[in-house]
Design a binder for this molecule. Structure first.
Ligand code: NAD
Length: 464
């Protein structure tokens, strides 16, 4: 199993000419939003910052939107090989819409500025780096008057969350449209389910359950840094392993289920208490891993009305894999995600056992709307072209904070409230806007070469 990149497997044909005509007729008669009108005609230009798996997938989705011409014109990454491989793969399927010559390929920690400088106000930047850089890159996007799509999580700690809330307001003030890659929110199956649950079809929700348990994936575990790469670049490249860069596997892997169960409840949990542990810490060759992650997490979230949401996360081979989410109501139950982060179909059941025989409703999604990663782009571009209010950042920060709240509860062994995580003063990586290749890495190894790990019960105010 691997973290889905969201990259579509079947190439949707996009014919440039017909796209242009469709765009022209779609725009006829509508007031072109000022910010977009300033953006260089009807072709929306894109820049991709962070050309990894998901950034490439998001660019593919962006270029596959059918309501008008859209073109990739600039790319930025800190690793040349990642940019080249992303460009190669996008060009293979979408050559007509990819126009990124060598002079608009930018490498380095300041590459994001050059890529965004290649755009005009009203164009779109895709922020697909590890989340630590989100506020830095979003700040620049707002200054340049760019619409944006940013991947989840959007923050990993309290101080940057507070900063992002302010940036969200600034973006709205400038009428910028901003999408956040919590794609469950654009799953048509989950939309149908949410409407029914909010209408009371299974009564009051009395319990929520979420699971993401599978073997180690991505950079969940890390061996000691090899020679030939700086500590900073090692940590950036293996961001799942380092809390400052990605919030660890907890934030990166578990946010989707936490987000969509909050949606079903129409609220966010107000506190969390949790268990977590590290069990297998040696590679098959017997080398000790150096990352900051725990293997297992069991988090009990509580909503303001006392309703509980239990979340279990595990990265361990050979155990019972479960990757799905459920609601229990006073009049029935629901399967929210049948498999994966938001796997269809969703269903309602008249008992608590969720057997097919007691199913009372199952989601049905129109052809062409089955891919939430594509839907989120269709929705964003529609908002840009038709000047509809669209800014998902506040909600994205809230989902990121609730995720961090559960993680901090496990890492400290304390009950953590929403207010505590929001107002927590521990900024994991201060000064990221001034980072250069020579900057010290935000977390330093201890004498044994391992990076500091959470010490529940001993470190109570900080996660490491
Ligand atoms: N919505 C989803 O289902 C989904 C799925 C996968 C990943 N994601 C999210 O997307 C983001 C990226 O994950 P990924 O799996 O694509 O990782 P990745 O390692 O494949 O890609 C990240 C890319 O960003 C580059 N990068 C890092 N720091 C940079 C910087 N400061 N400036 C420019 N480039 C930089 C890296 O070199 C790499 O090419 C993460 O936030 C992750 O949580 C979301």
């Amino acid at each position: 199993m691997s973290e889905e990149s969201g990259r579509s497997t079947s190439r949707r044909e996009f014919i440039k000419t017909s796209g242009r005509l469709a765009g022209a007729s779609a725009l006829a008669g509508v007031a072109i939003p000022q910010v977009y009108a300033a953006g260089g005609g009807e072709t929306i230009q894109l820049a991709l910052v962070g050309c990894g798996g998901r950034g490439t997938g998001a660019a593919d989705n962006a270029l596959s939107v059918k309501n008008g011409p859209i073109k990739l014109v600039a790319m930025a990454d800190v690793v040349d090989r990642r940019l080249k491989s992303s460009l190669g793969s996008l060009t293979k399927g979408l050559a007509d819409q990819v126009d990124v010559p060598a002079e608009r390929q930018f490498i380095g920690l300041d590459a994001y500025r050059h890529a965004m400088d290649s755009l005009k106000p009203g164009d779109v930047v895709i922020l697909g780096t590890p989340p630590a850089f989100r506020w830095v890159h979003f700040t620049y996007a707002i200054a340049k008057g760019l619409n944006a799509f940013m991947e989840k999580p959007v923050t990993v700690d309290g101080p940057t969350s507070r900063r992002m809330f302010k940036l969200a307001e600034e973006a709205t003030g400038k009428n910028l449209k901003v999408g956040v890659g919590l794609m469950s929110r654009h799953s048509r199956a989950l939309e149908q389910l949410a409407n029914r649950v909010h209408d009371g079809e299974i009564g009051e929700i009395i319990l929520q359950r979420g699971y993401r348990m599978h073997g180690p994936i991505g950079a969940f575990a890390s061996l000691p840094k090899p020679a030939g790469i700086s500590d900073l670049m090692y940590q950036i490249q293996r961001f799942h392993s380092f809390l400052w860069a990605g919030g660890g596997n907890y934030s990166d892997f578990y946010i989707h289920i936490i987000d969509h169960l909050g949606w079903m409840m129409n609220a966010w949990p107000v506190k969390a208490q949790a268990l977590g542990g590290r069990h297998y810490r040696q590679s098959p060759e017997g080398v000790t891993y150096v990352d900051q992650n725990l293997d297992t997490y069991a988090v009990e979230y509580t909503y303001a009305d006392g309703t509980k949401f239990n979340f279990d996360g595990r990265c361990m081979n050979g155990c019972n894999d479960i990757y799905s989410s459920y609601l229990h109501g006073s009049k029935g139950s629901a399967i929210v995600s049948r498999g994966g982060d938001c796997g269809m179909p969703s269903s309602l059941h008249k008992s608590q056992s969720m057997q097919p025989s007691d199913m009372i409703w199952e989601s049905k999604v129109n052809e062409g709307e089955g891919d939430p990663y594509q839907n989120e782009w269709n929705d964003l571009v529609d908002a840009i072209r038709n000047d509809k209010p669209y800014n998902e950042v506040k909600r994205g920060v809230e989902a990121s904070l609730v995720t961090s709240m559960g993680r901090m509860a496990a890492h400290t062994g304390q009950e953590i409230t929403f207010e505590q995580i929001l107002n927590c003063e521990h900024e994991f990586a201060p000064g990221l806007d001034k980072l250069t290749p020579d900057s010290p890495a935000p977390v330093q190894p201890e004498a044994d070469g391992r990076y500091p790990v959470p010490m529940p019960g001993q470190k109570k105010d900080r996660e490491y």
